[in-house]
Structures are given as structure tokens and as C-alpha cells.
Ligand binder design. Structure first.
Ligand code: SF4
Length: 454
């Protein structure tokens, strides 16, 4: 009689929210895979469904609740984790049948909830887990989380109360993870945290031994070491810094861009420019100095792409404040801008501020900032027509009727998921995702570039 081997239980995953939440999902799945679980791409094939939620804005909470509702309707066996897990009572009130609820970064708690809901079969094979862990992003780029939490208290943000004070990872652990990712095929590392420029402040930048020398837990040391890694083909990975709070010492990483350690890209959320709005937001308020700094950055690393985000309609923002922001943007000429209408987040200090901005004014300001930043972006991209620039390939397209194949990639100014693309025509059949090629730029629109491999 043949021995019956019980099939491994399968887990479905719905991952919502920011790249930080995505990193959490990958960690959870990596652990579950090591415990012998299979992954199900659909609800029907899953023994249990994990919903990794986002609880930052009220709109994100609603999206999370809808995702939980869908998973319950489609599968019925649902475990909730992530930021919204901190509001277990809200979830339970709406979905009493949820099996378990855990908060953000409680990896062990999520994994044991899965064990309970769908016990693992014996004899899991650890080698089912590929080097670098299981990833939800394409193999050629990876998010690298360096810390949790934040020591600031920006008036519109509840992250410090959701995720606590800054807690930095050891520099040697971060570098080991990055080294593994690069060995496993990652060509682009995206450094994320709540506050990347504060890395190591909580550990007094504690140095650790790394490849025979002492390296500090500090943004500049980290950037230099990441930029020194090499793929098996000897290629230096692109390294992007995200969520960089505008401290003065950010100036120190700009030379590393000129020296080739860092990709000339800085994601630095300024949030506003008008001094009294910044003050009310409890953000650093020396915006004139910021313009001077940006000019200096561009003189050191002329190709630097600066991405930022801004909140419009913050309580007390006057017409003059908003105009100040538009004029500031004319001066700053930022490459990529995300704008958000102020939304009161439950528990944020800003909710108690006087003079809320009426919804229609918020909307009108939002449209105006979007128009302004789209025009700046279009002009900046138009200036790239005729240049030859490096592009990382994300996806190869299907062949057209005439047999020609296109591809989608990104320039060094484009982070995945948030920025633009470079659309390539007539690529060689040998081209593949993760290749970095030189491209002649032929055309541009508001957000994207178009070109051909040189
Ligand atoms: S620095 Fe970022 S994460 Fe920290 S409180 Fe401000 S907005 Fe929130």
C-alpha cells in the first residue's frame, strides 16, 4: 500500500499599505514557508488567509476593512495583522468571525496564529526558502528595512503611537541581509524606515564589525557599505534612500551620490514650505535654508532627483501660505512630488487645531499643486530627451503584430511603484527583467520617458 503524504497547508496573503508593510508580509511568508506551508495565489486554494492591513489614514482603514470583508466572504478563515491590528475592537465589531488579530511587526504572534488555524505538516524543508527570503517584489529590487518607529511628533501623524519610538536594527544585520539579497539577484536596494536619517540615533550609532572593520549604525556609513556591494556579475546595485527627514546631516550623503555609492535620488518629505504651517505641523521650519541646500546638492550631484510629499489644507493654512508653497516649488524645482489633502487621522494632534480648511478649498488647492508639479515634472523630463541614461528593466512586453517587443523600465530618478517609467521600443530578445542598460531618450510626457536601448 502506498504511503499517504498529507499535503502542506496553504496560506493566502493580502498585503495592503506601504512598502514597510510589504517587507513585513515577506518576512511572515518566509517564516511560514520555512515551517512547511505552501502559498495560495487565490482565496479558494487557501486553508487560511492573512490580511496585512494599513491603519494610517481613515481611507486606508476603510480599504483594510473591505479587504477583511472580502477575505471572510471568499474564504472564511481569516487572520488580520499589520497597523490596523492595533484596533482589534473595531475589526471584531464588524467581523466577529476573524480567527486572530495581531499588530504590526508581531511576526511570532502571526505565525503562531497560522499554526493554530492550520497546523503545519511534519518534515518541513528549510531549503524551500530561497536565499534572501521570500519576496513579493520582483527579484531585481528589494526593500531593506533599517529601523522601526519614530522619535518625532509631527502633528498630522500617528506613526509614533502605532509603531513606537525609533528602534534601529544592528548595522551588521542590515548589511548581511543586503549582501544576501544582492547575492540572490537584487540589483536595486530601497532603504526604508519611518525616518531613515535618524538611523542609529537610539543606539548612539553603535559600531559593529563588518568585513574586518568597524562600521557605525549611521546613514552615511550604511550608504557607503551598501554602495560597495557587488552582484555576482560585479555590478554595483542601485541604492535609494527613502523617507529621509531633512536633518542637516543629510548633506553628507550627497557626495556619496557623486562618488557612485548611492543612486542620485532622495526621497525627502518636506510636507510644506510656509513657516507657520511647518511650525503648526511641528516640522523643521527653515525653508529658505532648504532651498539653499537643494541648490548645493545639485551643484555636487547634478543629476540628483528629489522626490517629496506635501500636505495641503492643513488646519490654519491660509491662501497666502498656500501661495508661498507654490512659489517655493517654483524655486525648488523638485523632480517628483506627491500631494495629499489633509485628512484628520483619529488620534492625531492636528485634529484639535483651530481653523480647519473647508473641503472645497482643500480640493482646489490639491488640484493647483498637482498642476504645478506636473508642469515642473514635464519640463524636467523634456530636458532629458536626447540624453543617454541608465535604465533598469522591470518587465518585457508581449510581441506586437509585426513581432517587435517593448519593455518597461525605470531611470535612476524613478523608484518602483511611486515614480515614472521608461518605455522602451524594439528591445533585443535577450533582454530580461533586472538588466541595467544604456538608453537613448527619444520622447517624454508629464511623468514618463520613451526611448530605445543604445
Ligand atoms: S517624521 Fe514621519 S513618521 Fe515620524 S512623526 Fe513625522 S511624519 Fe510621522
Amino acid at each position: 500500500m502506498a504511503t499517504q503524504i498529507k499535503a502542506a497547508p496553504k496560506v493566502g496573503m493580502v498585503s495592503l499599505g506601504c512598502p514597510k508593510a510589504l517587507v513585513d508580509s515577506e518576512r511572515i511568508l518566509t517564516k511560514l514557508r520555512a515551517d512547511g506551508y505552501g502559498l495560495s495565489p487565490d482565496y479558494a486554494g487557501a486553508d487560511v488567509v492573512l490580511v496585512n492591513t494599513c491603519g494610517f489614514l481613515d481611507s486606508a482603514k476603510e480599504e483594510s476593512l473591505e479587504a477583511i470583508g472580502e477575505a471572510i466572504a471568499e474564504n472564511g478563515r481569516v487572520i488580520v495583522t499589520g497597523c490596523m491590528g492595533n484596533e482589534a475592537d473595531v475589526i471584531r465589531a464588524r467581523f466577529p468571525d476573524v480567527l486572530a488579530i495581531t499588530g504590526a511587526h508581531q511576526y511570532e504572534a502571526v505565525v503562531s496564529a497560522v499554526h493554530e488555524a492550520a497546523p503545519p505538516t511534519r518534515g518541513a524543508f528549510v531549503d524551500l526558502v530561497p536565499e534572501g527570503g521570500l519576496k513579493l517584489t520582483p527579484r531585481h529590487y528589494s526593500y531593506l528595512k533599517i529601523s522601526e518607529g519614530c522619535n518625532h511628533s509631527c502633528a498630522f501623524c500617528i506613526i509614533p503611537s502605532l509603531r513606537g519610538k525609533l528602534a534601529s536594527r544592528r548595522i551588521d544585520a542590515v548589511l548581511r541581509e543586503a549582501e544576501k539579497l544582492v547575492a540572490a539577484g537584487t540589483k536595486e536596494l530601497l532603504v526604508i524606515s519611518q525616518d531613515t536619517s535618524a538611523y542609529g540615533v537610539d543606539t548612539r550609532h553603535e559600531p559593529r564589525a563588518w568585513q574586518g572593520r568597524q562600521v557605525r549604525a549611521h546613514m552615511t556609513d550604511l550608504a557607503r557599505e551598501l554602495g560597495s556591494l557587488r552582484t555576482s556579475e560585479g555590478i554595483a546595485p542601485w541604492v535609494r534612500l527613502h523617507y529621509v527627514y531633512p536633518y542637516p546631516h543629510v548633506d553628507d550623503v550627497i557626495p556619496l551620490m557623486a562618488e557612485g555609492y548611492l543612486t542620485p535620488y532622495l526621497d525627502i518629505p518636506f510636507q510644506h514650505a510656509a513657516p507657520n504651517v511647518l511650525k503648526a505641523m511641528k516640522r523643521p521650519a527653515n525653508e529658505a535654508k532648504v532651498l539653499e541646500r537643494i541648490r548645493n546638492w545639485r551643484s555636487i550631484a547634478p543629476d540628483i532627483a528629489i522626490r517629496s510629499s506635501f500636505v495641503v489644507g492643513f488646519p490654519g493654512e491660509t491662501d497666502a501660505d498656500f501661495q508661498y508653497l507654490l512659489d517655493w516649488l517654483d524655486e525648488a524645482q523638485l523632480d517628483r512630488v506627491g500631494a495629499f489633502r489633509f485628512e484628520p487621522v483619529e488620534g492625531a494632534q492636528a485634529n484639535d487645531l483651530p481653523n480647519p480648511v473647508p473641503e472645497e478649498v482643500k480640493e482646489e488647492r490639491f488640484q493647483r499643486i498637482m498642476e504645478k508639479t506636473a508642469a515642473i515634472s514635464a519640463a524636467k523630463l523634456a530636458a532629458k530627451v536626447g540624453r543617454n541614461i541608465p535604465v533598469i528593466i522591470d518587465e518585457i512586453g508581449d510581441a506586437d503584430e509585426d513581432g517587435s517587443v517593448g519593455a518597461t523600465g525605470r531611470s535612476q530618478a524613478d523608484a518602483p511603484e511611486i515614480d515614472g517609467h521608461v518605455y522602451l521600443r524594439d528591445v533585443a530578445p535577450s533582454l530580461k527583467a533586472g538588466d541595467i542598460v544604456q538608453v537613448d531618450i527619444e520622447d517624454a510626457d508629464e511623468h514618463d520617458l520613451f526611448g530605445v536601448v543604445a
